[in-house]
Design a protein around this ligand. Sequence first.
Ligand SMILES: Cc1ncc(COP(=O)(O)O)c(C=O)c1O
Length: 361
Amino acid sequence: MTIPQMEPWLGEEEAAAVNDYMRSGGWLMEHDKSRQFESLIANHTGAAHCIVTVNGTVSLTLAALACDVKAGDEVIVPNYTMIATANSVFLLGATPVFVDVEPETLCLDIDRTEAALTTKTRAIILVTANGRYPRAGVQAFVDLANKHGLVLIEDAAQSLGSRFTDGRHMGSVGKVGSFSFSVPKIITTGQGGCLITNDSELAERLRKLKDFGRAAGGTDIHQSIGYNFKFTDLQACVGIEQMKKLDWRIQRKKEILAKYRQALRAVGSVKFFDQDLVNTTPWFIDILCERRADLQAHLKSKGIGSRVMYPPINRQEAYQRAGHHPVSELVGRQGLWLPSSSQLTDQQIETVCDSIAEFYN
Ligand SMILES: Cc1ncc(COP(=O)(O)O)c(C=O)c1O
């Protein structure tokens, strides 16, 4: 593809950092570089604690474990999200309960969420889809969780660089918030993820759980069961350099969406979601479009990549759950991601938009 839907962006800085580290005698495993990377994320998000881990799926499992989500519990999950959100609690024997999302934001619909609560519900996972917040606001979800004695976990995998309207960073409002650093994200460490929280006791539990339940670093005394969900310093070297580029990327992602919106404003067959470009940062350029498969084929013939958005999870073969979820079903038919890399040039955005306009004309 001449203009791929997404491509990684790693520069000389990351290469040099890894090279320097390799020559420094470091142990590669999680240590000082990881602590430094965690501080950068904590500073950026304003969270008291950041705990790095294997990826943005394991981070959710770890969060749920630390919040006592157990086999038999139900966990509210949006029916539109990356399937990892649901699978992360399925691994613990909990049942993900799929709730439809709002058409404007693709975040959980609060009324449908409340209607789906049962005596077995233990947690709500609020996914801030593409860095967007639900129309009811995050506080309404905090209040709902408190009212019913539930844990609010924020899956902010797509939301580094996005804040709620009161200035709090996504992921920092619920009991615990999760991020992913997989390659398509705004910054990457290849694989990788982290949790942020303001709860010191929970942070301590998370750190123990991800390190075999060790009483302290460097000992083999275990007071509780734990696992090995640790990061590596090699990845942290990459992450530290990527964090230096985050502010610029946030700015650029906002500009990219603004340019797409402007260039496609007259194309009635393409619809954008409600993205607040003052507070939030789009991760991917997501649209609803008519005749999606034909549009994709047209773009492909011009060397332009695109990607179909997540299908409704209840309809995935992995789950096969009955239920009617009109918004996630619509996204399953019409949702498309357009080229979204931070390094897209204005000229490339114009080329993509001209090709889309040409298709519909
Ligand atoms: C909303 C959401 N949750 C979880 C994940 C899983 O993250 P990872 O790929 O790091 O396991 C992703 C990844 O795309 C995601 O978008």
